[in-house]
Design a binder for this molecule. Structure first.
Ligand code: AMP
Ligand code: ZN
Length: 114
């Protein structure tokens, strides 16, 4: 699997730096955002290094589907059963800070109604 040795999310995926992991399988890992913007703020990432949504093609359809399918399950399991917000920041214009594809999953009880 392709990893970028300078990528912080690759390091998390490989267990080289710590994170509060809420899901791990052969293809995906999900963990709590270090600066949560809502009571539940998770990041779902592929283990393989994909820079952003700008770099994807038809070969990524399955992994992208798996990332999205995981979101409601993790929201339910992490205190946001009544819905959540998903965000994918892409590239400079999208305000992307970490160049390893990730889906933000935001929610939690006190974000209801926002
Ligand atoms: P963005 O690339 O703009 O979608 O945002 C990157 C997100 O990664 C931000 O919400 C950061 O708080 C989060 N983040 C950066 N470093 C870490 C880390 N080591 N562990 C968990 N979350 C992180
Ligand atoms: Zn990476």
């Amino acid at each position: 699997m392709a990893h970028d040795p300078n990528c912080i999310f690759c390091k998390i995926a490989q267990g080289q730096i710590p994170a509060q992991v809420v899901h791990s399988d052969t293809e995906l890992i999900a963990f709590k955002d270090i600066h949560p913007k809502t009571p539940m703020h998770l990041l779902i990432i592929p283990r393989a290094h994909i820079e952003s949504l700008q770099q994807v093609d038809a070969s990524h359809q399955e992994i992208l589907g798996k990332m999205l399918v995981l979101a409601p399950k993790l929201a339910r399991e992490n205190g946001s059963p009544d819905g959540f917000r998903t965000i994918i920041n892409t590239g400079r214009v999208g305000g992307q800070e970490v160049y390893h594809l990730h889906i933000h999953v935001l929610g939690g009880p006190s974000s209801v109604g926002r």
